[in-house]
Design a binder for this molecule. Sequence first.
Ligand code: COS
Length: 382
Amino acid sequence: MLEKHQLEYREKIRAFALEKIEPVARTLDDDQRFLNEHIKPMTDIGLLSMLIPEKYGGQPIDTVCYSIAVEEISRVCGSSGITVAAHNSLGCYPVLRFGTDAQKEKYLTRAAQGELMAFGLSEADAGSDAGGTRTVALKKDDHWLVNGSKCWITSATKAFATVATTKTTEDPNDREITAFIFDKDWDGYSVGKKENKMGLRGSDTAFLHFDDMKAPLENQLAEIGQGFKVAMITLDGGRVSIGAMALGLAQGALDCAVKYAATRKQFGKPIASNQMIQKKLADMATEIQAARLMIYEASQMKDAKIQFSKQSAMCKLFASEVATRAAATAIGVLGAVGYRTGDYPAERIWRDVKLCEIGEGTSEIQRLVISRELVKELGDKI
Ligand code: COS
């Protein structure tokens, strides 16, 4: 059961999403256009500072509310949902969790004012094997010299700073990985061509390149060698938000399917009166609610500071697979008009949702994380 403040927050964000985001969701996708005009209203309502303390200008909320926000935005527009989720969970959170006071002051204050932050973990040859990083930062007298590239960076062209992992050793057999915060305006920092994606076409995704880039020593985030753990802990939170995004997309698919089934008449009656359609709608709704409860549980565990790697992986895995099914089922309920681009969001959701089974760890990686946690729980018993 949600608490009163969480229900009120949901109403507030739902109203915002319906008023500001839904009317343009289709054109963002059609034109592969980033939601520039929404950054200011999103900032004002707190969507870009949900995890940032008030002293840095943030509008902090609990993680259940954060998941609700990502769900409600994604329910009308996946592209906007991932922009919000990546900025908060991947860009801001590691600075909040591991940053020095000076780093928080410098970066979170700007983030709370609506400047986006990004996260760079993946590389061309380091995807699921995130520890296979080749980007390298070597310590020179008064700076780090950084070379390499990161890929699949959400909001790459927009973000003023990126939290990224690099090796900090030249030894090919040593996986010493360290996290940093890199600023977009530094010499040697460049953004690649915007990716042409199947879905989430209103979100901005590109490579980041670092060519002999000098990073000040104070931009090291956490201890040397702790970068992989910084990334994994960040992903524990990020995966809940991808779960919430999948949930919103699934709910959007259900909204669309129910409305259509209740109004579309064939054989003289709404198709919602057919048992085969009823089964589809009922199964979708039931799975979606189960996913929602898993996301709330993982969110609560994060706030309670209980180890939640397993629950985070589970809720992302389940919600994204539920959402994939829901999107396909919605198209089935709509039939040919669901297949056509434009009139109904079902086909856009179907394209958007696939990312949820890939980004922040594939479904295979979530299963790997879950099963490793299960074995770990046995501990001394084996
Ligand atoms: N929290 C804290 N520490 C963690 C952790 C977590 N969630 N997950 C792993 N670690 C720690 C381990 O405890 C281990 O620490 P020690 O060296 O002190 O024992 C260290 O990190 C290495 O962990 P592990 O041996 O499990 O690393 P692997 O190389 O086997 O990789 C997986 C583990 C596959 C789970 C990891 O690489 C992963 O999540 N890959 C997917 C990456 C991903 O999601 N990419 C998408 C990016 S989109 S932003």
